[in-house]
Ligand binder design. Sequence first.
Ligand code: SAH
Length: 354
Amino acid sequence: MLDADGAPLARAAYSPTSQIRARVWTFDAAQSVDAAFIARRIATATDARASMLDERHNAARLVHGESDGLPGVIADRYGDVIVVALTSAGAEFFRTDIVAALAALPGVRCVYERSDAEVRSLEGLPPRTGVAHGRLPHEVTMLEDALTYLVDPVGGQKTGFYLDQRDNRRLVRTLAAGRRVLNVFCYTGGFTLAALAGGASEVVSIDSSDEALAQARANVSRNAELDATRNTWIGADAFTELRQLRNAAASFDLIVLDPPKFAPTAAHAERASRAYKDINLLALKLLAPGGILVTFSCSGGVSAELFQKILAGAALDANACAQIVQRLTASADHPVALEFPEGEYLKGFVLRKR
Ligand code: SAH
């Protein structure tokens, strides 16, 4: 890339079919982007996560794309397996070097590729999935806060697990004691296990995916210390089920709402706003006085400011008074580079109903 005077500005990967024509890999135009560069960037990113891995945790996002100086490269570690997703033309170009650098990390048995995200088509890239290094174990498990989760890198959503909610699952664990918990959009039961481990008196979890719920059940069984008798799974559309619970005058003390991305871009913001308002309104109605709502939006097209306004509208229409007690983001292994504020996709609020 050249500046207005024709002097080199940065080194970027060119993607002729994408709306984002060039993604900058280094602002030092004299630096060459090669295998050694890739290995250094991956080492820097991995070192920064070292303190997040210990005997209670063996999973973390090792590489978080642009924010780690590796545009379009995602690498999630689940024990001795790394799942990599390449979503930009530049990442695709350096695929062999990226896989080699990840495979060389201590204790890595397998690098599995899940380059099948929708965004790849915008870069003119076909999907690619499969083992890129080593052998995929018959069963992949990971440890988060000393809880064991099964991860399905092959058929699971994204790379298999939503690591970005790690700190927020820990928060729910600390809030759950003695509470009746409703976990909506539960996927493989991340917040469910956290709530059970935190001593919830009852947990009801909803998801529309049968595969996710089958794995969620297996996840509870895997952790013998959890009291599965306190737990109920509901396979249903969340919008319908929340209405049914409201009609049945159900009541909960702690509700988690972690829906999928309703607005991938700002163009979808209006429709998404209605969906967010709908579920939050219903959740506020289902919440007992003094109850806590932990609510998220992972939509790039909905800012934290807009999300807060949506919540205010939901509370008004639910005839509920609520206060913000905490603001939440993705965990520290999902950093946001200051020059890349678009990277801050996950925003959450802890609300208390008065
Ligand atoms: N909280 C989870 C991640 C949630 S991802 C965790 O910590 O791991 C969003 C989930 O919403 C997915 O599992 C998806 O299957 C589910 N989902 C999407 N649309 C839904 C709907 N209309 N009703 C219920 N679940 C839905």
